[in-house]
Design a protein around this ligand. Structure first.
Ligand code: ATP
Length: 145
């Protein structure tokens, strides 16, 4: 028999952010977004950088998080996300993310040959997805400044 719901668990190195029953989860896999309903075939995927969303049990409200790298294990009745970083859209400090974005852009534009490119580009990606998820949640057009 198919399970009726999924237990969604989101863990970061700092804490367990979320343990919640839901009917549907969308998460950014490394190769694109995955939509997961109860009874999904088991799989393990690398996480990309993007937005994780799930519906509450009424199916009316959806909750959004910015997630950044890690792994997800999908089972028919459970999804476990081990993310390097994850934040609820409502908790994201946009000004802080804008400052992080400006710092990363300045480093990239500096012409300094000693830059750790991987570190700077990942920092920039982190800032960009935080801004995108938080603005969408607050109803601010993503392109507007
Ligand atoms: P910053 O330079 O602003 O610290 P960062 O990308 O280096 O940004 P991280 O190392 O990814 O920050 O995160 C450190 C902690 O701060 C984590 O718990 C993360 O969830 C939180 N955090 C980082 N940026 C934000 C933000 N804009 N809003 C809310 N929480 C944030």
């Amino acid at each position: 028999m198919l399970p009726e719901s999924i237990e969604l668990i989101v863990v970061t190195p700092e804490r367990q952010l979320l343990r919640q029953r839901t009917k549907e989860v969308q998460l950014p896999g490394a190769d694109g977004y995955l939509g997961i309903l109860p009874g999904h075939a088991p799989l393990i995927t690398e996480l990309g950088i993007g937005e994780l969303s799930y519906h509450d049990m009424s199916g009316k409200e959806s909750v959004h998080l910015a997630v950044l790298r890690g792994f997800a294990e999908v089972l028919p009745d459970r999804v476990t996300v081990l993310a390097e970083t994850a934040e609820f859209a409502a908790d994201i400090d946009i000004a802080r993310a804008e400052a992080a974005k400006a710092r990363a852009e300045k480093r990239l534009a500096s012409g300094d040959t000693n830059i750790d490119w991987d570190r700077v580009t990942v920092a920039l990606q982190r800032a960009l997805i935080r801004i995108q998820v938080a603005r969408k949640y607050r109803g601010v057009p993503v392109d507007s400044r």
